[in-house]
Design a protein around this ligand. Structure first.
Ligand code: SAH
Length: 356
């Protein structure tokens, strides 16, 4: 039998749990807000510094908990300024987060699982299979630690759950993390509209997400016919296009917002003019904008990116039908940080060395 002598990470507790623990110790519930504010808003790493708490309470907290940061194994910087963080988790598994510089702010792309169970044909994360869900603390810490690493932490304004994993398949921890991320009293105070959850299409969870958070929704549609979509994305066998779009139409969108539909362009698979016209038709009843993502290659994947003319033709057909269509020029390709290229690369490299 092994006894775990390590103290629990206080970031694993949500506010209700912290209040309950404090109550057991005879401490007033409002102290929870103070403690959480030190941890998240003020980025404190030691109970000692929580100067609005009594010395006794500070010592008592330090006796029972740690304030844990993720261990950074590797940071890769792309020539376009994109930075990929590889974190090594307590159990030795690795996750990646990608910090993307925009004109006047940063967007951070974070992971929700180690690996992924969705099995999408074109995605590298799928190739490592599903390993486990990330805890609330592991999700939030990606934001906390990277924010802390920035010269101007306020310049991190946008978050996207588009890293490793399927966020809606780790629903409880996702929602707990978003609550902290968007909380204005003790959390990071991100506006809901600056947090985007991207899903492969777990249609049955959309209503819950709309009820439990104010986050934006992005849906990876990626094909316009069920036959193609089921081949590319096995989830389509459970929730085919009609069901998915029906759930999207019922998604409670806050005023003025639209759902982003992501569409990975694969040469000869889903990039024809007919596909573009079908896509326009499919989305007619949905408040939407479209994000075209030219395929990013990775080793062993048979798909190819369409040529530039095909990409622009696809976009034009949609624009002519009055859609807002962005082409996502994925950044960080030289460090394997672009969409669909995340897989805890350091582990891969190590694996290869060990194989030799
Ligand atoms: N599981 C979630 C979030 C992670 S993927 C989801 O499926 O939405 C984030 C986006 O990257 C998705 O739109 C996905 O379709 C896209 N993507 C995956 N692999 C890609 C690749 N090789 N090239 C371009 N985009 C890719």
């Amino acid at each position: 039998m092994t006894i775990n002598l390590e103290k629990p990470n206080i970031l694993e507790l949500d506010k209700v749990e912290l209040v309950a623990w404090l109550d057991q110790q005879g401490v007033e519930p409002y102290r929870a807000d103070q403690i959480l504010k030190w941890i998240y808003t003020r980025q404190t790493d030691s109970f000692d510094r929580m100067t609005d708490l009594s010395n006794d309470l500070r010592a008592h907290l330090a006796d029972h908990f740690t304030i844990y940061r993720l261990s950074v194994e590797h940071i890769a910087t792309s020539k376009d300024g994109t930075r990929k963080y590889v974190f090594k988790l307590k159990d030795g598994k690795r996750i990646e987060s990608v910090l993307i510089p925009e004109r006047d702010h940063y967007t951070l792309c974070i992971s929700s699982q180690v690996g992924c169970a969705q099995g999408c044909e074109f995605c590298l994360t799928a190739k490592i299979g599903f390993q486990r869900n990330l805890s609330q603390a592991e999700i939030v810490s990606q934001v906390r630690d990277i924010k802390n690493d920035l010269k101007d932490p306020k310049s991190l304004t946008n978050l996207v759950f588009m890293g490793m994993g399927e966020p809606l398949a780790n629903y409880q921890n996702l929602v707990a993390a978003i609550q902290i991320i968007t909380d204005g009293r003790f959390g990071f105070g991100f506006a809901g509209r600056r947090v985007t959850v991207s899903t492969a299409g777990l249609a049955s969870r959309l209503a819950d997400l709309g009820r439990d958070t104010r986050a934006n929704l992005a849906v990876s549609l990626n094909a316009t016919e069920n036959r193609t979509r089921s081949r590319l994305m096995p989830i389509n066998r459970k929730f085919p296009i009609e069901k998915l779009l029906d759930a999207c139409r019922h998604f409670p969108l806050p005023g003025g917002r639209r759902i982003t539909f992501e569409y990975v362009l694969l040469k000869g698979v889903n990039d024809s003019a007919d596909d573009a016209r079908r896509l326009a038709k499919l989305l007619r009843q949905t408040k939407s904008k479209i994000n075209l993502i030219p395929f990013n290659s990775h080793q062993g994947c048979p798909y190819q990116r369409p040529d530039e003319d095909t990409i622009l033709r696809f976009q034009k057909i949609l624009i002519d039908k009055n859609y807002t269509v962005m082409i996502r020029r994925s950044k960080g390709q030289d460090i394997a940080a672009a969409c669909g290229q995340l897989a805890g690369q350091t582990e891969d490299r190590k694996q290869k060395t060990e194989d030799r």
